[in-house]
Design a protein around this ligand. Structure first.
Ligand SMILES: *Cc1c(COP(=O)(O)O)cnc(C)c1O
Length: 221
């Protein structure tokens, strides 16, 4: 087995164990294998081992890598997890099955327009900047309820869930807990939270989608 496949199996087992530990069904947690910066030949063993849900951060990179892989694996599900420029909304709606970085009105408006135009709607996650970090995307926790109302009411968007990236230097659990609380009071069932270092804690606090890169594909260059 390739290193990637070994690490993928290890990650899958850890996700199942964490889910069961916290009284959840393993299949209630979707593993998004984050393949940003990884070339197709590194991704291929994961596909051959049955992994079907992948995350990418850049529209251009995903456009270059995935159409070829998708010809061979048509049931792949591709998630956009990186910041999305409004002028890339059209390409993103065409290429991705889910977008985790909806965080501003201008993007909501563009996505609504492109979803109507394309006749297909990716699953949408609103990103919340739980750590209120200046350099990070996401709506502020205090603005989340109002933003969700506008996404739904003004732009007619169906919102699937929330996403967060806790500050690197802080314990992540309070951030996961805050995201879960905002989701619950807004009637949202999906929580995209948890990465290589902290997906078990995220599962404990209700993650439905964990985004795991380096624990599967190894360190990025
Ligand atoms: C890169 C990235 C990940 C994966 O990070 P790892 O620490 O390699 O698991 C998850 N989420 C987002 C938003 C990312 O940009």
């Amino acid at each position: 087995m390739s290193d990637t496949v070994t690490r993928l199996e290890t990650t899958r087992a850890a996700i199942s164990r964490a889910a069961r530990d916290f009284g959840r069904k393993p299949e209630s947690v979707t593993l998004i294998a984050v393949s940003k910066t990884m070339p197709p030949e590194v991704i291929l063993p994961a596909l051959e081992a049955g992994q079907r849900v992948f995350g990418e951060n850049y529209v251009q990179e995903a456009k270059a890598k995935w159409p070829g892989l998708r010809e061979r694996f048509p049931d792949v599900e591709l998630h956009m997890i990186g910041p999305l420029q409004s002028n890339k909304a059209r390409e993103a709606v065409e290429l991705f099955d889910a977008i985790h970085s909806l965080d501003r009105e201008s993007l909501a408006k563009e996505l609504a327009r492109e979803i109507t135009r394309a006749g297909r709607a990716p699953g949408l996650f609103v990103q919340v900047n739980t750590g209120e970090e200046a350099q990070k995307g996401g709506v502020l926790p205090a603005d989340a309820d109002a933003f969700l109302l506008r996404c739904r009411g003004v732009h007619g968007l169906a919102i699937e869930g929330l996403m967060c990236i806790p500050p690197a230097e802080e314990p992540p659990s309070p951030h996961f807990g805050l995201l879960a609380k905002i989701a619950a009071r807004n009637g949202l069932k999906s929580l995209s939270m948890g990465m290589s270092a902290d997906y078990e804690a995220a599962i404990q606090l209700g993650a439905t989608h964990v985004r795991v890169g380096s624990a599967i594909f190894g360190a990025r260059g």
